[in-house]
Design a protein around this ligand. Structure first.
Ligand code: NDP
Ligand code: 2IT
Length: 446
């Protein structure tokens, strides 16, 4: 490793001692961009790496709210404004008890490169709270969202910072957050994406991340003269990304066979067909139940406390959370003949799993390329909002496909340029990095 890169990593090690996940994300990117940094000395000269690991601004705030029993509760809210070199800060909000600065800094760091790959002008950001929406009533969630926005509103705006959803933040939460933003600002503007289609949202935004991860898989397979037709697919998670991954897999003739949540996974050998998926969407988005109920309802198998990586599959779509696919999982997937991983989640594979996928040269689409469809359609929602206009489903889906194609093309041609044509980790990281780094150089020391 170059001395200059090692020095930046050492500084992060010393200052982010309690944020191992942030270090993991930086390490993965910096190791893979080394050939570009050594080929182009201007990045070191301009201090780009040191600047990229330091958020432009970090906002941490108290979120007090009142539960249904009349008790006062307090959570911690965050917004990490990571990098605005190529556009306003853009990235989701996560509501999950595990949320802390380290997790959000890793997500904001990844987001910066992902957004650069989308071809659209968006900087990187991420936020959220250590609030657990599980078991909360709609009114509790609403009060929480209103309190959260009562502080966040002063930091965001359609040309400043534009949050959206992530784990624990879907259409319901974006609605409550937007309502409060509009009321405080007395302004109907696109300061959030993921809105409902009849109040400023883009069609296809709910579907975009999952659809995009499947389109990315299709691009990788097409590159090798193969297709998704007939492929058995393991999917983890059962939230927004997993649901629309399953929908698009069905459209393209593949057979998705698993879903999971933090309690375990279900295995349905016959395939999770569109009727079963409709039931899952009702379970998760309306009744807010657990995936184990699928096994009871459809007579499928449920494996408590387990992840789906041990089932026989051709393709895997990790779509739940970070580090959900470890070294042993990767070994089992490869042994069972799995030849494609397309990451719907952010950094779901641990470093040693990534190493195995790269070394065996299977089709491996890292999250910041494969799941960029969601934020890409958020970018299109921003455009539609500023035009005071909306595009049709067909138009948006066509653009999504084009964007996923460009991301694949950029990642694979950059990987080839650096002599490792199948290494899309290297290709995506370098392509995203160069775009942000060149913009930072052009804008001076800021
Ligand atoms: P949802 O909240 O809709 O669903 C999350 C799913 O993952 C649930 O099934 C949840 O299970 C499971 N999950 C969450 N945390 C854990 C955990 N610690 N262990 C096991 N299972 C867990 O979120 P999304 O579908 O939106 O997000 C899923 C992933 O995709 C995340 O990594 C997110 O960052 C990423 N992503 C999302 C985008 C979007 O547009 N929404 C865009 C790009 C990436 P349970 O209910 O038990 O918690
Ligand atoms: O990780 C992600 O890309 C998201 N959660 C979506 C961000 C967005 O602004 O749509």
């Amino acid at each position: 490793m170059m001395r200059e890169i090692e020095e930046v990593l050492n500084k992060v090690r010393a200052t982010s001692e309690h944020q191992p996940i942030f270090l993991q994300a930086i390490q993965e990117v910096f190791e893979s961009i080394e050939p570009a940094v050594s080929r182009h000395p201007q990045y070191i000269k301009h201090g780009i790496l040191e600047r990229m690991v330091e958020p432009e601004r970090t906002i941490i705030f108290r979120v007090p709210w009142v539960d249904d029993q009349g008790r006062i509760r307090v959570n911690r809210g965050f917004r990490i404004e990571m990098n605005s070199a190529i556009g306003p800060y853009k990235g989701g909000l996560r509501f999950h008890p595990s949320v802390n600065s380290g997790i959000l800094k890793f997500l904001a760091f990844e987001q910066t490169f992902k957004n650069a790959l989308t071809t659209l002008p968006m900087g990187g950001g991420k936020g959220g709270a250590d609030f657990d929406p599980k078991g909360k009533s709609d009114l509790e969630v609403m009060r929480f969202c209103q309190s959260f926005m009562t502080e966040l509103f002063r930091h965001i705006g359609p040309d400043t910072d534009v949050p959206a959803g992530d784990i624990g933040v879907g259409g319901r939460e974006i609605g409550y957050l937007f309502g409060q933003y509009k009321r405080i600002k007395n302004e109907f503007s696109g300061a959030l994406t993921g809105k409902g289609p009849n109040w400023g949202g883009s069609l296809i935004r709910p579907e975009a991340t999952g659809y995009g991860a499947v389109y990315f898989a299709q691009e990788m397979l097409n590159g090798r003269g193969d297709s998704l037709r007939g492929k058995v697919c393991a999917v983890s998670g059962s939230g927004n990304v997993a649901q629309y991954t399953i929908e698009k897999l069905n459209h393209l003739g593949a057979r998705p066979v698993t879903l999971s949540d933090s309690d375990g996974f279900i295995y349905d050998r016959d395939g999770i067909n569109p009727e079963k998926l409709a039931w899952v969407i009702g379970l998760k988005e309306v009744r807010r139940g657990r995936i184990r109920e699928y096994a009871e309802h459809f007579k499928a198998e449920f494996f408590p406390g387990k992840r789906p990586w041990g089932v026989d599959c051709d393709c895997a779509f990790p779509s739940a959370t970070q580090n959900e696919l470890g070294s042993d999982d990767a070994r089992i997937l490869l042994r069972n003949g799995c030849g494609l991983i397309s990451e719907g989640a952010n950094m779901p594979s641990e470093p040693d799993a990534v190493r195995q996928f790269i070394e065996t040269k299977i089709c491996y689409g890292p999250g910041k390329a494969a799941n960029a469809g969601g934020v890409a359609i958020s970018g299109l929602e921003m455009s539609q909002n500023s035009l005071h206009y909306s595009w049709t489903r067909e138009e948006v889906e066509r653009r999504l496909q084009e964007i996923m194609h460009s991301i694949y093309a950029a990642a694979s041609s950059t990987a080839a340029e650096y002599g490792q044509p199948t290494n899309l980790v290297m290709g995506a990281n370098i392509a995203g990095f160069v775009k942000v780094a060149d913009a930072m150089i052009a804008q001076g020391v800021v």
